[in-house]
Write a new protein. Structure first.
Length: 723
């Protein structure tokens, strides 16, 4: 036995060491370290993956860049041939690249940069050249994926984006809000092809073949062929191939219920995969797959069998055991990588588990029939709609729970610390006396922590009149009326999730008017969530219609929600019980409905509003800069107010006389932490403080509220130390 282990070790270690050595000595690495320009001929090893970037100013949120892995066939630097055959990562523009497929060859030019585990990263600015056709089977697979996306369009945008992500890992149509909510809820694994996907497909195939009364060998062969076909459909990328192997092992464990047979299969699979690609040894994704599959083999089968012996229905037992085992096994790696522990992941995955399998199978059927029978594909998609909606709601509500994710030390030692805590917990639970003590400690912590983290004492403060929501680098100001739950919202921030969370924390039920001061992305990006989750009377805009994409987006979202769009003009006054709003500007206005305008021109066209609240007057200034502020002063507009929403996130473009004309006692700055624009400007802060204003900053204080006689309340104070 000892000699066998030694021989296996040599055969495993030597090839892996040689490949890692070749990777370290690849000549492209030296050029990448110096940032040299290069021309490469490559073969794509996966499909371009969009890289999401948040919107700001005139730049729309979305994916403008993508990353794609490729194998080098030929490399040239300064016209000289470089003998490299390593793997590189290409950072490419979506335009010209989004439709490329695995296996296509192309010639590219760009700037090299160091990469890990790739030998280099190539930053490409233009489209690929001399692109070869994709293999026939890849084109067929892409046709099915496109058919699935088209069929899914009969659903709401969020559900339509979730279905391709769930079935084949295609997140190109998925709103970023859903991605972030699934991450916070510990459900992000549902958005990528994983071993669970393949296990679901394999189990469904086995059940179908067994109903046809086929023998065990035919059933096994049919399930194997189905897994191969699924890999082709999803794309034979490293992550998918890894998932296929792990899914096969997990399927073996669940089908035969014997970890003795599945554990050697798992060990063999790990060795084979690392031999095939040594970089997997340092891949976090690979570690998560192995740990999750190991938990399925060693823990989930035992736990489900134990619960079944105690009278729990087998399907329910497996639904509980599988996510619990997978989450506990992967928690140390996730904690070390992200610096957070999800406290809701097990519960969220447990609630989502019953609908994952039927939604996946229905989506797969839709992809298979989409080309010849699109009407049938839409029928399958329609059947999957309720399951997709349920998953989205589970993720949304789980992510919205205060304290859903707890901070934890990052790095390898943070992961080891959590592993030790989990091992100690398991040991304690195995002894009856210690089990009672452990449960008592957990209950005690729950009694202390739940009121602190969930009930959120002090928020929202009683009698609040205005709140600046913490939506990152953007604006969203909530003005209260005399009717509880009824508010006016001025701007919606850049992110749907952030503004929705703020409104939920405030208990908002109805919004008679949403006012968009101007159409930059950091003021209109969250409109879809506001329209989708609240009763809205109307959306109000000023005279500006630029940028054009934003104006089209606002009209489209309002039309889809059947909410009218109205126009506000200078001198107009709006009244509700306990709240009045006057339109003071802009006196500087750009009324063009097409063409181009600079960011400064669009900022200067912001609506300037003065709201009269129960706490006094609030001046809302959008992003007005020097010219618009000067125009207001020259027009002798009465700008005096008790509360100032500082223009343009506290930038340096503020006229001193403008602040003097307002004479605020409270200055609210809506700004994102660590933003790249240097907001708020130190000179602006100094001027406000010198004028006697209390400065509130959402990047440090979270949501900030003005109450009663201009008392200020910071949500950071209500929850603990400021953020």
């Amino acid at each position: 036995m000892g000699w066998s282990l030694l021989v296996c070790g040599v055969f495993s270690v030597v090839p892996t060491s040689l490949r890692l050595r070749a990777w370290e000595q690849d000549p492209l690495r030296a050029y990448a370290a110096r940032g040299e320009a290069a021309q490469l001929t490559v073969v794509l090893s996966d499909r371009p993956r969009p890289i999401f970037s948040a919107g700001f100013g005139g730049q729309q949120a979305g994916a403008r860049l993508a990353s794609v892995s490729a194998d080098v066939q030929d490399a040239r630097v300064d016209g000289r041939s470089v003998p490299s055959t390593g793997a590189v990562v290409l950072l490419v523009p979506m335009a010209g690249w989004s439709n490329l497929l695995h296996g296509q060859q192309a010639r590219v030019e760009g700037t090299l940069a160091p990469g890990d585990p790739a030998v280099a990263v190539l930053r490409v600015r233009g489209p690929p050249v001399d692109v070869t056709p994709a293999p026939v089977w890849q084109r067929l697979a892409e046709a099915m994926r496109a058919g699935l996306r088209n069929a899914a369009s009969v659903l709401s945008p969020e559900s339509a984006g979730l279905l391709p992500a769930l079935v084949v890992g295609d997140t190109s149509m998925l709103p970023q809000r859903v991605v972030e909510e699934f991450r916070a809820a510990g459900m992000a694994h549902l958005l990528a092809v994983s071993g669970a996907n393949l296990a679901i497909v394999g189990v469904a195939t086995l059940l179908l073949l067994r109903l046809m009364r086929l023998g065990p060998r035919l059933c096994a062969a049919g399930a194997g062929l189905t897994l191969v076909g699924f890999v082709v459909l999803a794309g034979p990328e490293p992550s998918v191939l890894r998932a296929a192997v792990m899914g096969g092992v997990g399927l073996l464990a669940l089908v035969i219920g014997r970890e003795r047979a599945a554990l050697p299969a798992l060990a063999t699979s790990v060795i084979v995969l690392v031999l095939h690609d040594p970089t997997m040894a340092t891949s976090v994704g690979f570690a998560l797959s192995v740990l999750a599959t190991g938990a399925l083999v060693l823990l989930a089968t035992r736990w489900s069998r134990s619960m079944a012996d105690r009278g729990v229905p087998r399907m329910l037992a497996e639904a509980v055991a599988v996510p619990a085992a997978a989450h506990l096994a992967t928690a140390p790696v996730v904690a070390g990588m992200s610096g957070q522990i999800s406290l809701v992941a097990v519960g969220a995955n447990l609630l989502a588990a019953p609908v994952v399998a039927p939604a996946t199978v229905l989506g797969l059927l839709a992809a298979l029939v989409a080309t010849p029978f699109p009407w049938l594909a839409e029928f399958f998609v329609w059947l999957a709609g309720p399951e997709l909606y349920w998953m989205i709601q589970v993720g949304r509500h789980a992510a919205a729970i205060p304290g859903a994710a707890m901070d934890w030390p990052a790095g390898w030692w943070g992961g080891m610390l959590l592993a030790v805590v989990l091992v100690v917990g398991v040991v304690l639970l195995r002894h009856k006396r210690l089990r009672v003590l452990a449960i008592a400690v957990v209950v005690g912590f729950a009694i202390v922590l739940v009121p602190i983290r969930v009930i959120e004492p002090g928020w929202p403060p009683s009698g609040w009149s205005s709140v600046a929501c913490d939506v990152g680098q953007g604006d969203a100001i909530v003005l209260a009326t005399a009717e509880p739950g009824r508010v006016v919202l001025v701007d919606t921030g850049p992110d749907p999730g952030a503004v929705a969370a703020c409104l939920n924390r405030l208990g908002v039920s109805r919004i008679p008017l949403v006012i968009l001061t101007h159409l930059h992305a950091d003021h209109v990006g969250g409109l879809s969530a506001v329209l989708g989750e609240h009763a809205i009377g109307a959306v109000a805009v000023g005279s500006g219609r630029l940028p054009g994409w934003a104006w089209r987006q606002v009209r489209s979202e309002a039309e889809r929600s059947q909410v009218p769009v109205v126009w506000l003009t200078v001198g107009q006054r709006l009244d509700w019980p306990g709240l009045a709003i006057e339109v003071l500007g802009p006196h500087y206005a750009d009324t063009r409905q097409e063409g181009e305008a600079t960011g400064t021109e669009i900022n200067n066209g912001s609506l300037v509003l003065r709201a009269t609240t129960t706490s006094g007057r609030v001046l809302l200034t959008g992003d007005v800069e020097l010219a618009a502020q000067t125009d207001l002063l020259d027009a002798r507009v009465d700008l005096s107010a008790d509360v100032l929403k500082v223009p343009h996130h506290g930038s340096r473009y503020i006229v001193p006389e403008f602040v003097e004309a307002v004479r605020p006692r409270v200055a609210m700055i809506s700004v994102g932490a660590g933003n790249r624009y240097g907001h708020p400007n130190p000179t602006t802060l100094g001027r406000l403080i010198a004028g006697g204003a209390t400065v509130l900053r959402t990047d440090q204080d979270g949501d900030v509220a003005v109450v009663g006689d201009l008392t200020v309340v910071r949500r950071g104070d209500a929850r603990g130390p400021p953020k």
